[in-house]
Design a protein around this ligand. Sequence first.
Ligand code: NAP
Length: 267
Amino acid sequence: MTADGDRQPEEGPSSPFSLDGRGALVTGGNGGIGLALARGLAQAGADVAIWGTSADKNARALQELEALGVRAHAHVCDVSDEGAVEDAFAATVAALGRVDACFANAGMGGTPAAFAKQSLSEWRRVMAVNLDGTFLTLRAAARHMIERGEGGSLVATSSLTAIEAAPRSQHYAASKAGVIALVKTLAVELARHQIRANALMPGWVETDLTRPLLASEVAAEHIIPRIPLRRPAQPEDLAAAAVYLAADGSRYHTGDVLVIDGGYRLF
Ligand code: NAP
């Protein structure tokens, strides 16, 4: 307030959703949900880094993100490989200068199979990417944020399958339940560093992962009619939540799971 009572604008970002001057990393950011998150973060002003295993997909996504006028960086990285994650994180910090928000989003569905016929190797393959990959990514980000001492936001992409039965996909469902436990423990342990940790829980989202199933008769008969909003999400439907979780507006929001499913779980 000034002496005559006029309220002065507070210092800091212009809006609770502004990401100007911030750095954000999105694993699996070269397509599907991850690219939509990266796009949304860039549109809010963040410099963005994306990781994926395909150099071609990375290059296409990078071009798109650079066209939004922010600093963008892409790195080929298999998130299940500890050394690769450490190298990619160092390269990301070198490129962006800082990582304020980290989205551990890379994931795979695994091959569905009757439980009695599932192999340990497939179980481990899915866990390695979805759970180990999230652990390795968030650990690298937490180390960086603790060292910088300016707080940060950690986000893992879970899935509705973590809380709803997913027959023939026990590996996938267990990996997505695991990341929720991971972020909740991080929320408590890292709060003293002003580092928040949350999970996004999408329902059905139309991406390469789900497109064949969503185009099937099974989806037309049993999935779409169960979604109160009567359509699967498009990846862009999750972008605003990512901006919120990365921005100062969510500074008191930690340890939570944001369900974005068009109401599917209720009906
Ligand atoms: P998607 O289009 O297949 O995207 C998967 C992303 O993960 C790609 O960018 C892929 O890049 C990357 N990726 C896969 N394996 C990787 C690895 N080992 N190392 C690094 N990156 C890897 O699928 P999506 O639907 O967007 O899935 C994104 C996340 O949302 C996943 O965690 C998924 O489980 C979750 N999810 C999806 C839905 C849905 O309905 N679609 C619902 C709930 C949760 P490369 O191809 O270059 O490796």
